[in-house]
Ligand binder design. Structure first.
Ligand code: AHR
Length: 509
């Protein structure tokens, strides 16, 4: 029955709206700038994210610069990663930073209890991470250990990284780094309602204040302290934190994963159209979740001093067959590209409060940008969306709305049948990002401006022969961007046809 309703509504949507009209209000003023940090990444000590994915060590046969593999870091540089979160995740609340400094051969080994029981040799520690951030041009976002670490341990870590003087600075210098690093973002624990200590919101808000107090600003470094936030629709957590601790925080986090079903996460590459639309409506649910958390924050903080930080988001499926279930290694199809595009278009519209988002995770884990297999590397469809969309970083949002139909998934959830957003960059260029989620329907699009008369338009498109298409080691890429020449200027309008299941970014002059 549900299936019949789903198909009927879907076909009604097709016939009622074969054409989408996007109205762009480029004359609107006072719009927020889209923070580059919306394009943040997350790198945890989990599976092959850090080891093999990024860090191979100086002696590796895989080409590397100072231990960082060259192919991966070169590809990551093209994404212009504004901020990188580390070392977890759940790993953060069992991580003791002093294990990861000093001569590597002396560093203790620990069992990664959260992620497959893998033995961690701590060869990638604070210096290796902060130097990686310098290599990528990314702002570090350190997540501290609150669940099993002490207040003093976190305070000393901040001092070690950022102070010019004192015994922590001297220890850092003995370990090869005289100048302190600049560290802006400090997370005070991770998922402290779960793997970070199983705390109640009330208890955590007191603990947060204690840890945050002693994490000091040293030598001109200004910390932006982020309290652990809610999971999904736990609005009570947000309410309690805002009520008890809003004066002491710069940001409050939120985690939202797009998961087919937590008890049956299903394949990353083998899915039906019905499962595809279910996943997309689950993705779209972030709009409502952001709106609700923001409304609570607005009630306590109408001046919007506390930022909302979505520091984990993305798809989560079963691991690839034959891989360690604790390593969360999943493939990435054109469906994931669609999920990324829809999410990013939504995030742009909430940047009055949402100031950072970190996709989980950067390499080899969950909805990754890059997958590696020993010396081999592939770029995922999600990578291409992040590269195409990075023109929105630090650009001013231009309000827009789409007149389109709706998609009702078999699970009974509803979403618009089209996704778009528009921004104007510092050079005055307009960028329009569009996604057509229909699997079997091209959509004719008219983009109409209030007053602007475009002179020229160019673009890039990401599409594939099938929605399950993904890039595989040793094969020609099945999903890669191409020039898009179909958009035409017509007075105050652009006209184009978006193929089924495609993502397009236009540059308009
Ligand atoms: O990203 C994987 C895990 O998901 C993180 O470690 C944790 O914070 C979340 O539950």
């Amino acid at each position: 029955m549900k299936k019949i309703l789903f198909l009927t509504l879907l076909s009604l949507a097709f016939t009622a709206r074969a054409q989408v009209v996007v109205s762009v209000h480029e004359t609107a003023t006072d719009q927020p700038v889209i923070p580059a940090e919306i394009y943040g990444q997350f790198s945890e000590h989990l599976g092959r994210c850090i080891y093999e994915g990024i860090w191979v060590g100086e002696d590796s046969s895989i080409p590397n610069v100072n231990g960082y593999r060259t192919d991966v870091t070169d590809a990551l540089k093209a994404l212009k990663i504004p901020v990188l979160r580390w070392p977890g995740g759940c790993f953060a609340d069992e991580y003791h930073w002093m294990d990861g400094i000093g001569p590597r051969e002396n560093r203790p080994k620990l069992v990664n209890n959260n992620w497959g029981g893998t033995v961690e040799d701590n060869s990638f520690g604070t210096h290796e991470f902060l130097n990686l951030c310098e290599l990528l041009g990314s702002e570090p976002y350190i997540c501290g250990n609150v669940g099993s670490g002490t207040v003093a341990e976190l305070a000393k870590w901040v001092e070690y990284m950022t102070a010019e003087n004192g015994s922590m600075a001297e220890l850092r210098a003995r370990n090869g780094r005289k100048e302190p690093w600049k560290v802006k973002y400090l997370g005070v624990g991770n998922e402290n309602w779960g793997c970070g200590g199983e705390m109640t919101a009330q208890y955590y808000s007191d603990v947060y204040k204690r840890y945050a107090l002693y994490a000091r600003n040293h030598s001109g470094n200004q910390l932006f302290k982020i309290a652990c936030g809610a999971s999904e629709r736990d609005y009570e957590w947000t309410r309690t934190l805002m009520k008890n601790a809003r004066w002491n925080m710069s940001g409050l986090s939120l985690h939202y994963y797009t998961v087919p079903d937590w008890n049956n996460k299903k394949s990353a590459t083998d899915f039906t159209p019905e499962e595809y639309y279910n996943l997309l409506t689950d993705t779209y649910a972030i709009e409502e979740i952001l709106t609700n958390h923001i409304a609570i924050m607005d009630a306590y903080d109408p001046e919007r001093k506390v930022a909302l930080i979505l520091d984990e988001w993305g798809t989560w499926y079963d691991v690839e067959p034959g891989t360690n279930p604790g390593h969360l290694f999943q493939q990435n199809t054109m469906r994931d590209a669609m999920v990324a595009a829809i999410n990013l278009n939504i995030f742009h519209k909430h940047t009055g409060r949402l100031k950072m988002a970190n996709i989980a995770q950067m390499v080899n884990v969950l909805q990754a940008m890059i997958l590696t297999d020993g010396p081999r590397m592939i770029l995922t469809p999600t990578y291409h969306v992040f590269r195409m969309f990075n023109v929105h970083q630090n650009a001013r949002l231009v309000p827009s709305e789409a007149r389109c139909g709706t998609i009702v998934s078999a699970s009974g959830e509803i979403m618009p049948s089209f996704s778009q957003s528009v921004s104007r960059d510092r050079n005055g260029l307009l960028h329009v990002s569009l996604a057509n989620p229909y699997l079997d329907k091209a959509v004719k699009v008219e983009v109409e401006f209030d007053e602007f008369r475009p002179k020229a338009v160019s673009g890039e498109i990401l599409k594939a022969s099938t929605i399950t298409a993904h890039n595989e080691f040793g094969k020609a890429p099945a999903v890669a961007p191409a020039d898009f020449r179909d958009a035409k200027v017509n007075g105050k309008k652009l006209t184009l046809t978006l193929p089924a299941a495609s993502v397009v970014v236009l540059e308009v002059k």
